[in-house]
Design a binder for this molecule. Structure first.
Ligand SMILES: NC(=O)c1ccc[n+]([C@@H]2O[C@H](COP(=O)([O-])OP(=O)(O)OC[C@H]3O[C@@H](n4cnc5c(N)ncnc54)[C@H](O)[C@@H]3O)[C@@H](O)[C@H]2O)c1
Length: 434
């Protein structure tokens, strides 16, 4: 039985360890966060993901998986450590320090015949650099004594186990035998296609995929800006535009967050500054979105103040995570908006966030939380930032005359695409009044 060592037990590394263990590999998960290691060994999955708790419990009890604090020798090493930006770096260059620290650990135990697979998202050329660094610290020859491949991850939080099995994968070797070694592993649990390509191809495809998603989101956000300018509901505009058989505009949101789409395009810009104007502009448009939303909110507060000069404006913010139905706050535009609102003295707000412990929001971010009904009952303005399924019933819970600012499409009517609705006049013009 092949032994696999997964380095980094986060959103990617832990589910990957579990699926490999379920497929009868002997798996150890190495993490520098020793508290996390203990929690995982005590069946605490650490992240929120459907099925993860029961799956973790099972592979631990069957002794197919354990988390470890010291690196051990293995046949395959899978690197799933963070790759954020460098702190305070205006160019938003990749911070590869976590990847390079895995080189120090792996080189302690790397032996002839082993394969090292990088799954973290990285700038183009990093896998070859990883191979060179491993050569330097072991005196073994990459591509001959040991093998190195880049196998990017495409999973969607909330559907990770399904997608780990069913998504197609690109397996990018530094040479052909490295790609084949990767294939021998992934073929055991992936039902989708396995494309054996070079590591450069695999690095490029991961960055292109997320940059293209970011550019599509930028289109949606730009359409929203246009629509707001003339008082049109952007969600309605987009839904009806999408009835065109060849148009598919995404729904606008309060910005782009998370560990991937808000970060990865910058790695492409870093590698190819001359060829990435569109991706850079899209990043700038999407980064500006939370500040536009803030301006809308401030305008609404000022308007409310005009008719209520002696009262403090009470607000409810619905959703703080970086996208719906996840417990992840990384790079969250909704959290940024809430933190900015926290600085405004003449308002009082509470947040409703079903996926994060109230204590974390209170202690770490100084944000008060409330139950949905209480928050709604006690607010003058409701701000919808994240379209969690939990808020689906919102319309029925609102009080009369409450101001609702919807930046995630929670309130938008889907009825206008019904046959009946298409026969009614849906607008009022100043010419009608003449
Ligand atoms: N989260 C996603 O949905 C997703 C999707 C595709 C790709 N990715 C990429 O996968 C990589 C990992 O992302 P994540 O969301 O799982 O990160 P994460 O922060 O959830 O987990 C990373 C883990 O690595 C550990 N770690 C850091 N340095 C280490 C080291 N030297 N050795 C061992 N462990 C170490 C950390 O303690 C942490 O537990 C990133 O490059 C990310 O861009 C993430």
């Amino acid at each position: 039985m092949k032994k696999i060592c997964v380095l980094g037990l986060g959103y990617i590394g832990l589910p990957t360890s579990i699926i490999l263990a379920e497929n009868n590999f002997e798996v150890i998960g190495f993490d520098v966060d020793h508290i996390k290691v203990d929690r995982i060994n005590n069946s605490d999955a650490v992240i929120q993901e459907p099925e993860i708790s029961s799956k973790l419990k099972k592979v631990l009890s069957e002794k197919k998986f354990k988390a470890v604090k010291e690196i051990e020798s293995a046949d395959y090493f899978i690197i799933a450590v963070p790759t954020p930006f460098k702190v305070n770096n205006l160019e938003k260059q990749a911070d590869l320090s976590y990847v390079w620290s895995t080189v120090e650990f792996i080189s302690q135990v790397l032996k002839i015949g082993d394969t090292v697979i990088l799954e973290s998202t990285v700038p183009v050329g990093t896998t070859e650099e990883l191979a060179r660094n491993l050569e330097l610290s072991t005196n073994l020859k990459a591509g001959k004594d040991f093998f190195v491949a880049y196998c990017p991850e495409r999973v969607f939080p909330g559907k990770i186990f399904y997608e780990l099995e069913n998504n197609s994968r690109v397996l990018g070797g530094i040479n052909s035998i490295s790609a084949q070694k990767a294939q021998e592993l992934y073929i055991k649990f992936v039902k989708g296609n396995l494309h054996l390509e070079s590591s450069i191809f695999a690095e490029m495809i991961k960055l292109v995929e997320n940059s293209s998603r970011d550019a599509q989101i930028a289109i949606a956000n730009q359409v929203a800006s246009l629509a707001y300018k003339v008082g049109i509901d952007p969600y309605k505009l987009i839904s009806i535009a999408n009835e065109h058989p060849r148009v598919k505009i995404l729904n606008p949101t309060c910005g782009v967050g998370g560990h991937c789409i808000a970060v990865d395009p910058w790695f492409l810009v870093e590698s190819f500054p001359e060829q990435t104007e569109l991706f850079k502009k899209s990043r700038q448009i999407n980064d500006a979105k939370p500040y536009q939303v803030l301006n809308f909110i401030k305008e609404a507060i000022s308007k409310w103040k005009l008719s209520n000069p002696n009262s403090k404006c009470k607000m409810a913010i619905l959703g703080l995570t970086y996208k719906p139905n996840v417990d992840d706050l990384r790079e969250s535009p909704a959290l940024l908006i809430a933190q900015e609102l926290n600085k405004i003295a003449e308002i009082d707000f509470v947040a409703v966030e079903p996926y994060i412990e109230p204590e974390i929001l209170n202690k770490k971010y100084n944000i008060k939380t409330e139950k949905l009904e209480n928050a709604l009952n006690d607010s003058n303005i409701i701000i919808c930032l994240v379209a969690h399924n939990y808020f689906k019933n919102l319309k029925n819970l609102l009080l009369k005359d409450q101001i609702v600012l919807d930046f995630c499409g929670l309130m938008h009517e889907k009825d206008y695409l019904n046959l009946e609705a298409t026969k009614t006049i849906n607008f009022k013009s100043k010419y009608d009044e003449k």
